[in-house]
Ligand binder design. Structure first.
Ligand code: GLU
Length: 414
């Protein structure tokens, strides 16, 4: 599977679901392709005076449920196939979350670590100017993804409004608070994941408040997932980042670990803990495992050694299909990325709604709405899981595809 492109993987998943749910062949055919993929070549004036051209993409998969929605990533490995696949997954993610948005994704082939802030700003503005005619608050709403955040969103927004001669904050989400961002957006993915974990544990008969949790990844998703799980009463027994991790069966204080990392630059050596590798974190004794780092972490090599009863995919695509099958056979439940990490885009949706009404909610209001939304999304997937007797991933895909199909049909697309 590791040899397949993400787009081939997305198609295989779609085909598998289509068979189980006996999907209308016309809908199936339409869902295989993004509606539009735009390639842009952006000339950027580098600090040394040279012009360098960067290639970027925006893929718009399906907008039956609402405007296209999805992040923009900056990475040397961005490819058109990857962006296309990610836009398909965004269609499913928005649909499974029950929000009125479709699926899109963008990317620029670049290594942001090698660009100065000035070069990054010119690249971001150039990219957004180049895609400005296909994005907008009621057409396609970009957001942060790998290596992008509030700073890039502010540049995107400014560029869009300058060209369009307007002052519309709803063209992107994940913005800084000063220009229409939403309270709670930063921590939303981890928060959403911890809500889904609570719901899953309840259904599976796992005593959530007494469960031991291991988290791979200590970025935005990993850190906030661990923090909220701890607040819910779970014991965090292992945590790691790309350099390595720590294990303590008696529990790790997440805030203290963050302070330690900020001071020492690493996790290893944290008082009371044993050093483990980033891979070993996946295999420690625990009830709940959260891979929140990169794709392809749980593979056929290590899936047999996972000890958790429940896995929640914080990252996009951390489990290979072979590993997925092995975990399923071993009775380990995997909550797929499109449900487990949907808290981010759901809070993007809240941000977009607040922009539209020009009236902003309190932090508690946002969290309450997120809790309600994620709880309902989980309940819906659980119903499919019971009905079709398939892996949770397939159940989530089936829910997502059912909703998109219904919208396509009433719109008369097929
Ligand atoms: N990039 C995030 C994701 O993959 C968020 C997308 C959004 O907020 O539109 O879910």
């Amino acid at each position: 599977m590791e040899g397949r492109t993400p787009y081939q993987m997305a198609l295989e998943q779609l085909n598998k679901c289509a068979k189980i749910m006996k999907l209308d062949p016309n809908v199936h055919e339409m869902l295989k392709y993004p509606k539009r993929v735009l390639t842009v070549n952006v000339p950027v004036r580098m600090d040394d005076g040279r012009i360098k051209v960067f290639t970027g993409y925006r893929s718009q998969h399906n907008d039956a449920l609402g405007p296209f929605k999805g992040g923009v990533r900056y990475h040397p490995n961005v490819s058109v196939e990857e962006v296309m696949a990610l836009s398909i997954w965004m269609t499913w993610k928005c649909s499974v979350a029950g929000i009125p948005l479709g699926g899109g994704k963008g990317g620029i082939i670049c290594d942001p670590k090698k660009l100065s802030p000035g070069e990054l700003e010119r690249l971001s503005r150039g990219y957004f100017a180049a895609i400005r005619n296909i994005v907008g608050p009621d057409m396609d709403i970009p957001a942060p993804d790998v290596n992008t955040g509030g700073r890039e969103m502010a540049w995107f927004l400014d560029e869009y409004n300058k060209y369009k001669g307007c002052n519309n904050p709803g063209v992107v989400t994940g913005k800084p608070l000063e220009i229409g961002g939403s309270l709670g957006r930063t921590e939303a993915t981890g928060r959403g994941l911890s809500i889904v974990a609570r719901e899953a544990a309840r259904r599976l008969g796992i005593d959530f408040k007494k469960s031991d949790v291991a988290v791979q990844g200590f970025g935005n998703v990993g850190y906030y997932s661990a923090k909220f799980m701890q607040e819910f009463g779970c014991r965090i027994v292992a945590l790691s980042d790309s350099k390595g991790g720590v294990y303590n069966p008696n529990g790790i204080d997440v805030e203290a670990l963050l302070a330690y990392k900020q001071k020492s630059g690493k996790l290893s050596g944290f008082p009371g803990s044993k050093e483990v590798t980033n891979e070993e974190v996946l295999e420690v004794p625990c009830d709940i495992l959260i891979p929140a780092a990169l794709e392809n972490q749980i593979t056929k090599e290590n899936a047999g050694r996972v000890k958790a009863r429940l896995v929640l995919e914080g990252a996009n695509g951390p489990t290979t299909p072979e590993a997925d099958e092995m975990l399923f056979k071993r009775g380990i439940v995997v909550i797929p990325d499109i449900l487990a990490n949907a808290g981010g885009v759901s809070t993007s949706y809240f941000e977009w709604v607040q922009n539209g009404q020009n009236y902003y909610w309190t932090y508690d209001e946002v969290l309450q709405k997120l809790d309600k939304l994620m709880t309902a999304a989980f309940a819906n997937v659980w119903e499919s899981y019971k009905k079709y007797n398939v892996e949770m991933r397939m159940a989530a895909y089936i829910c997502a595809i059912e909703r998109v199909t219904a919208a396509m049909k009433v719109k008369g697309w097929c």
